[in-house]
Design a protein around this ligand. Structure first.
Ligand SMILES: [Zn+2]
Length: 423
């Protein structure tokens, strides 16, 4: 992690501020600017944790913060420890410790035994820029807490970042949700990650969510989630163009908008719009490009030089082929609508299910606008399988949506994510 001090700025400062607030300090506004109040909060944190209280977040301070970032500690049992006492000391519950340590016998803790103790805080960040690093760490934190989660790396981006899939449930009815095909639409990543966390937490406590019996979903279905299809693009948007980027010069040329990447970049790192790169009327999508002023790689709407030319789309297509998905949802963020059709190939039930989703989310069921009618993931899925495939456009306003919309978006979408596994 980078050294942060008074005057530092950016997503890592936001992460620091959000974490300090989460564990009971007051860093001031979570604005990504390391000012006086953030410095004061760091000094207090350092004092409380036996660190040099210099207000600078260097390796030693990051090292202590890391445990809180991943949300658990690895603890070595001492004589006299009980799970009850440990739970109290970590502000957590006995159930949370039992969940994180399957097979542990609370009546026979062995001295020297190492166990995972989750802190009594949530893992997934929902109030800050959700970078690839944060996602990766949150996945690690969730896995430690909820060992029943199955996670895998299903492919890699152009720059070698992992494309993760997480599976909820063990049932034969397979469904697939994915987020952040489009870089500016990264808010769909914490949407899916928070769903994984809330589902796992409630499932481990034997609770239902919105009246849905999670144990039942777990038995019947497997919900596969790829929270970030386009990690290179997301980090370009959130961290800006870094000098060590191998496409540095190309990207400067490709972004001919005069606006910063953080406001315009939807594509992957090679300037290919991943949701126009699937082999479903791909040629038709290409033929539209000149009318958009698109003649090559760029921030948006360039479909590549051939269908499935990008490692990210190849990964998603292969993953789809390796499963038997009954239904898929691709999450995007342009307007509170649900798209369900492609060239009249969707099965009749797709419209009925879209109506159920509409009732759950409050979003309208819509026909796809001509400029987005081809070569998208859901188009390809419907074409290949003639099964229900959806694009959900969550939230309203100009991309990127502010993270302040997160709670509304989450509340709108949680039920549909449960429903999708049952319809
Ligand atoms: Zn989109």
């Amino acid at each position: 992690m980078p050294i942060l001090r008074f005057g530092s700025r950016g997503p890592d400062v936001k992460l620091l501020q959000s974490l300090l607030a989460r564990i009971g300090y007051n860093p001031g506004a979570i604005d990504g600017i390391f000012g006086n109040q953030t410095q004061q909060a760091v000094i207090e944190f350092q004092r409380d944790n036996g660190l040099v209280p210099d207000g600078i977040v260097g390796p030693a301070t990051w090292n202590v913060l890391q445990k809180f970032l991943i949300g658990y500690d690895v603890y070595t049992i001492r004589a006299g420890d009980t799970l009850y006492n440990l739970a109290r000391r970590y502000y957590t519950t006995v159930n949370a410790i039992l969940t994180a340590n399957p097979g542990i016998d609370p009546n026979y803790l062995r001295v020297g035994q190492r166990i995972t103790i989750p802190y009594g805080i949530d893992v997934v960040f929902t109030d800050i820029d959700y970078t690839y690093d944060i996602m990766e760490r949150d996945i690690q934190g969730l896995r430690a807490r909820y060992p029943f989660l199955e996670t895998s790396v299903i492919g890699r981006s152009v720059l070698g970042k992992n494309i993760y899939a997480i599976r909820l449930g063990r049932g034969p009815n397979e469904v697939f949700y994915n987020g952040a095909h489009h870089a500016l639409e990264w808010i769909t990543t914490p949407l899916l990650m928070k769903f994984i966390e809330n589902f796992s937490k409630a499932f481990s406590e034997g609770r239902s969510i919105r009246g849905y019996n999670l144990a039942n979903i777990w038995e019947r279905s497997s919900i596969y989630i790829v929270p970030m299809v386009n990690p290179d693009g997301v980090d370009l948007v959130l961290r800006g163009l870094q000098p060590d980027n191998p496409f540095y010069q190309d990207l400067l040329r490709w972004n001919n908008t005069g606006l910063p990447f953080s406001q315009v970049w939807q594509a992957n790192i090679r300037g290919v719009d991943l949701n126009r790169n699937y082999p479903a009327s791909w040629e038709q999508a290409k033929s539209q490009e000149p009318s958009f002023g698109v003649f090559g790689p760029g921030p948006t709407r360039f479909g590549g030089y051939s269908p499935l030319s990008e490692p990210e789309t190849i990964t998603i297509a292969n993953f789809t082929r390796q499963h038997n998905f009954r239904l898929v949802i691709a999450y995007h963020t342009q307007g509170r609508v649900i798209y369900w059709q492609y060239l009249n190939l969707a099965p009749p039930e797709a419209r009925e299910i879209a109506n159920l989703f509409s009732r759950a989310t409050g979003y309208a069921v819509a026909d796809v606008p001509y400029e987005a009618a081809f070569a998208g993931y859901k188009d390809w899925f419907i074409q290949e399988y003639r099964r229900p495939g959806y694009t959900f456009e969550v939230g309203l306003g100009r991309n990127p949506l502010p993270i302040s919309q997160f709670n509304t978006i989450y509340a709108n979408n949680e039920e549909a994510m449960l429903l999708g596994a049952l319809v």
